[in-house]
Design a protein around this ligand. Structure first.
Ligand code: FMN
Length: 390
């Protein structure tokens, strides 16, 4: 352990350089990855939520991407294996007052913070959530192919892939407006930008993936056309919030419906998926993988964030197993802290990505970033921590 620290002490400092994104300057490159908690009673974050995020900012995290925040459309939120009633919204007086408090506490501690806007799409369990009577929506009314390797428990996999009707133009427009409204609210309460959840089998990803998007109108077809719905959301948000604030877009190959799914099997195909999003106004691609240190495509060690940066020319953020010895969902061995940061720092030094997102290690220890900087031993994450208040 001591050897690792001696070797990489200098290069660890590289992660403590600022990054300017449009008019916003992030104090360093360590980002808290979005992680759902469900501690906002009735959808409004309270003092505990503010204290939770403030502690991460005090602990040296440069940017916090909040837990998934439901957009205010009745179809957005339901039981996706979570405490759905306490997932936050970004609409209504109580919710906005709560977020204003969260943002000001994080800013007072020297951090930046952006909300992750979330619509569960096909993953919303019908009959659950704050509006149990509405039908779940997805581009083609389907959950995805059945019988694949999934990350969710068998009881949550629908017996029939058809979960509703294909989204109508009217519902599509309503959902776009809900995203834009929440983005407006986010900027009004002081957030430093916007993050969009376009990964893991939720609504925006349902449009990107051919397993859930079988439309042949403006919103479906080849890869570029499947990107049109999230791209339209990005364009409309950009128009609403102006040029000063960064927009982050999270995407993933894997889906909860199908762990082995891919959006792109080559860098060229990735360019087709992400190109329209970059043109629409995305500033940072957040490539969600479980192990940052794996090559994304045959024949190259460059990871998915690296390829996102290469094919779009935009900034990128890596994630997955930083400071922890197991990927998300791999619980076959106990979690341990990992101190060999050399592979991460080498990739960073090579310009593969601009930001490093940390998930579970930052649940385990709010001061993870400060401890990473000095080489101190962090409190080690335990999976039972996922629902902690601290
Ligand atoms: C408890 C928990 C909740 C999560 N919730 C979200 C979420 O709301 N949105 C999202 O994009 N990813 C979510 N993730 C994934 C994390 O953002 C991150 O990508 C993942 O944990 C891998 O990073 P890590 O290896 O550093 O933990 C969640 C992960 C955990 C452990």
């Amino acid at each position: 352990m001591t050897d690792y620290l001696a070797i990489d002490a200098l290069s660890r400092e590289a992660l403590f350089t600022p990054l300017q994104l449009r008019d916003v300057v992030l104090p360093n490159r360590i980002v808290m990855s979005p992680m759902t908690r469900g501690f906002s009673p009735g959808g409004a974050p309270d003092e505990n939520v503010a204290a939770y995020y403030r502690r991460r900012a005090e602990g040296g995290t440069g940017l916090i991407v909040t837990e998934g925040v439901a957009v205010d459309h009745p179809t957005a939120l339901g039981d996706a294996g979570l405490q759905e009633q306490d997932v936050p919204y970004l609409a209504g007086d109580a919710s906005l007052a709560g977020w204003r408090n969260v943002v000001s506490q994080v800013h007072a501690a020297g951090g930046k913070i952006i909300p992750q806007l979330w619509h569960q799409g096909a993953m919303r369990k019908p009959g659950s959530g704050p509006f149990p009577d509405v039908r779940s929506v997805s581009p083609s009314g389907i959950w995805g192919p059945l019988g694949r390797m999934t990350s969710i428990d068998a009881a949550s996999v629908p017996a029939d892939s058809r979960i509703g009707e294909p989204m109508t133009e009217e519902v599509i427009e309503e959902v776009i407006e809900a995203f834009v409204r929440c983005a407006r609210n986010a900027i009004d309460v002081g957030f430093d930008g916007i993050a969009l959840h376009g990964a893991h089998g939720y609504l925006l990803d349902n449009f990107l993936w051919e397993g859930t998007n079988q439309r042949d109108d403006r919103w479906g077809g080849d890869r570029r056309r499947r990107s049109e719905f999230p791209a339209e959301i990005v364009r409309r948000i950009r128009r609403e919030i102006g040029e000063g604030f960064p927009i982050f877009f999270r995407f993933s190959q894997w889906k909860q419906q199908d762990f082995r799914a891919t959006l792109a099997d080559t860098p060229e195909e990735l360019a087709e998926v992400l190109g329209p999003l970059a043109e629409a106004g995305v500033d940072v691609f957040d490539a969600s993988v479980r192990y940052y240190n794996r090559g994304a495509f045959e024949g190259s060690p460059i990871n998915l964030a690296g390829w996102a940066k290469k094919v779009t020319g935009k900034a990128s953020m890596t994630v997955g197993g930083v400071g922890i010895n197991q990927g998300m969902y791999d619980r076959d061995k106990p979690a341990e802290a990992v101190f060999d940061y050399a592979p991460l720092l080498e990739r960073f030094a090579n310009g593969e990505f601009d930001l490093v997102a940390v998930g579970r290690a930052l649940i385990g220890d709010p001061a993870w970033a400060a401890k990473f900087r000095t080489g101190a031993f962090p409190r080690v994450y335990r999976s039972s921590d996922d629902r902690v208040l601290t």
